[in-house]
Design a protein around this ligand. Sequence first.
Ligand SMILES: [Zn+2]
Ligand SMILES: [Zn+2]
Length: 148
Amino acid sequence: MQKNIVISKQSDIDGFNSFRCSLCGDEFKLDTNEVQEDDVLEIFCPSCGIPSPISSFYTDDITEHAQRIAMNEAIKSIDDMFRGLERKYRNNKYITLKAGRPIETTTPLPLYEQDNLEQVQFLCCSKNAKLSLVAKTVNPYCPYCGVN
Ligand SMILES: [Zn+2]
Ligand SMILES: [Zn+2]
């Protein structure tokens, strides 16, 4: 049984979502609509300038959120399976099956955007990003074309 889990995270008030470079650890934000344009397959880290696929820039909270949801789904399907067995063997005098208490699941933490970054515009691509103060002051790379 294959289940697709959709993770959605609300953008901040300006429509930006967080990304984190797995190489240098710097966090930045990009306009959600601009990132989702079809021709954007990779983004350049504004701090170290190294391009990577967008999925490698997902922040830890999203990864953790996805893992928890997947775990809850797994627990639920084991639970369901056991309950099904319990029903199946209900009238069987040789086998008695009793499902215990449901396994506890943990509710994923709500995902939210912090707003602690500075907005900059990259004129090369006329796109916006929000960068940490450090990245902003050291001549950042454009996340879309890598121009410094
Ligand atoms: Zn980086
Ligand atoms: Zn650019």
